[in-house]
Design a protein around this ligand. Sequence first.
Ligand code: AMP
Length: 209
Amino acid sequence: MNLILIGAPGAGKGTLAEQLVESLGTPAISTGNLLREAIRNQTELGTKAKSFMDAGALVPDALVIDMLRDRIGQPDCQNGYILDGFPRTIPQAEALDTIADITCALYLEIADDVIEARMSGRRVCPQCGASYHTVNNPTKVPYTCDKCQGKTTIREDDTVEVVRKRLVTYHAQTEPLIAYYTEQGKCVPMSAVGEIDEIHQNALAALGK
Ligand code: AMP
């Protein structure tokens, strides 16, 4: 199954993707994590992407499409994958349609004011990309990733100002994907509000699992 997770920044795509990796047995690919890794490794792609990300804007389509094409061409993606944060624009979705057969686009519905409150508690592991929340999904040991024991941090683009800009970007550039996948009969809406396990179960039900 080639699955897409669509939803605003902070809707919980990363957390749901991690759970679906366990339940579906396919890898999750987060373009945000791949870009942050490129920045950490100071690659040419990372250098080009950083200023866009810091400003809450999208990285240009051509850069992200090439990166994604390389990633889904890897052997671990042969039996399916979960895309977290890609596509984010109509041109990205059109490019994806030329290289992959998408089974379903899960649309995580959530209001902007709930997101702003949620983002203030978000913590991530820069080492493995796992995401946590100080209240809803805390690490077992404070400031320490449950998976790789890395030190959890606040993402640089999780400040209130940048979150607001990312929401504007989402509504303008990513939301049109809902109509795009609805027209293809592939968009499955579900609520992104509630307990983490409940959201996971909702997603599995929405996928007929
Ligand atoms: P995320 O971790 O998915 O919230 O992504 C963080 C940032 O990475 C976004 O605000 C964008 O600047 C950039 N980014 C991630 N995925 C994409 C994409 N598919 N297209 C363009 N920019 C992206």
